[in-house]
Design a protein around this ligand. Structure first.
Ligand code: FE2
Length: 406
């Protein structure tokens, strides 16, 4: 009876988790890019305490070849955990190449694909945010997204809802267990994840004048800056795929103020990429919220600083999250509907409890809004962006095409 009570309490508090129960190998796995996505890949291979006799190294080979190459890994402390992360960045890879990798000779073999040097066919992104209120909800959308065989998972914050807190470590374990269970294709392909920071990565959610340096950012958002190799400090960055795609990852006042250095960086980053076919910003707090108030503090800050730059440099599509439902705005330019403007899509409902939207017919900027979990699928072609949105049943609930100027 006492033991049963202990188990009950331990599971309620999250003290008892799947750490020892499951036989997942590896217990967590995440691929991302820190540099050129056509020739590099960063692999995070998590190891439990009892697996740490394994050397800090991973093995890889071009898919179809026999000989494994061994690469030394950096062994990183998983915050507040006995787990470690063995991280390698593979470089000098072939664009559009497929590579197998494994933790050791006894581990399963997975593979990844580098990005192509040029966009000739289609590149498919699965886009969303606000991932894990419940592991089961996150896994439902993971499975819908993976059935579409995305090349890249492009996320906008609020991953595990651990709030940078030691006592919510189990939520990251659940997040990685969900990814391990259902963000890997049946044939072992692991799509890279690129993501922005959200309020639930940070103690206190927002900057509040505390983010005086990178040490403070790391202190208040210990999981994000350890578990996500990109964007890394200070918390925003850009990944350039040849001259056909740039993923612009921003921090909507979580560990970086919006005015000042970050917005200056955004201006320079967009100005230097006017020749790039697809420039896709993502950030957590929406400029055009579907549930929260238009006058919300963070939303107002985002809206007054970033959309004017999107307008100035010809951005056509931006992703925002945080409000926990599906939304697509009309194209907006200078804060008005304009056919040449930016479509803002979101609003962060991958695996959370969802909310009701503002009435679409009474909200000037909303074109579509629906209280539902979803994933936004984005197909990039040389001349257009084709978008379609799937609910947890895999049903197509919205679609649109953005034709790009010559
Ligand atoms: Fe949020």
């Amino acid at each position: 009876m006492i033991i049963r009570l202990f188990i009950l309490l331990a599971s309620v508090t999250g003290f008892l988790h799947a750490e020892e129960a499951g036989a997942l190998n590896p217990v967590g796995l995440m691929l991302t890019w820190q540099r050129d996505p056509t020739t590099t890949m960063t692999i995070d291979w998590q190891r439990r305490a009892k697996e740490l006799h394994r050397p800090a190294e991973l093995q890889y080979r071009p898919r179809g070849e026999k000989v494994w190459q061994t690469v030394e890994a950096e062994r990183i402390d998983f915050p507040f955990s006995t787990r470690k992360i063995d991280r390698v960045e593979l470089t000098g890879l072939r664009p559009g190449g497929e590579y197998e990798f494994r933790g050791d000779a006894a581990s399963p073999v997975f593979y990844f694909r580098t990005a192509p040097a040029r966009l000739e066919g289609r590149l498919r992104l699965a886009v969303g945010g606000d991932m894990r209120h419940r592991q089961s909800r996150m896994e439902a959308i993971n499975r819908v997204a993976m059935a579409e065989e995305p090349d890249i998972i492009y996320l906008g914050g609020d991953y595990a809802y651990a709030d940078g807190a030691e006592d919510k470590l189990y939520r990251w374990y659940e997040y990685f267990e969900a990814a391990r269970n259902s963000l890997i294709a049946p044939d072992g392909r692991v799509p890279p994840v690129v993501g922005a920071i959200g309020n639930h990565e940070v103690q206190g959610g927002y900057t509040w004048g505390r983010m005086v340096n990178d040490e403070a950012r790391r202190q208040f958002a210990p999981y994000f800056y350890t578990l996500f190799a990109f964007p890394g400090l200070p918390g925003y960055g850009v990944l350039d795929f040849g001259d056909y795609l740039s993923l612009v990852v921003l921090d909507s006042d979580h560990t970086n103020e919006i005015p000042g250095a970050q917005t200056d960086w955004l201006r320079a980053t967009l100005a230097a990429r006017t020749h790039v076919t697809h420039v896709l910003p993502t950030y957590h707090v929406p400029a055009y919220p579907s549930h929260r108030s238009f006058d919300d503090r963070a939303a107002s800050l985002v809206r007054s600083h970033w959309p004017p730059l999107f307008d100035e440099f010809g951005i056509r599509l931006a992703f925002e999250h945080h409000d926990h439902l599906y939304k697509r705005t009309h194209p907006i330019r200078n804060n008005r509907i304009d056919p040449e403007g930016v479509i803002y899509m979101g609003d962060g409902a991958w695996g959370v409890w969802t909310r009701d939207p503002h009435p679409v017919d009474e909200t000037w900027y909303l074109n579509r809004a629906e209280n539902t979990l979803h994933v936004i699928m984005v197909d990039l072609y040389p001349d257009r962006q084709e978008l379609y949105v799937l609910n947890p049943d895999g049903m197509r609930i919205d679609e649109t095409v953005i034709h790009l100027d010559e």
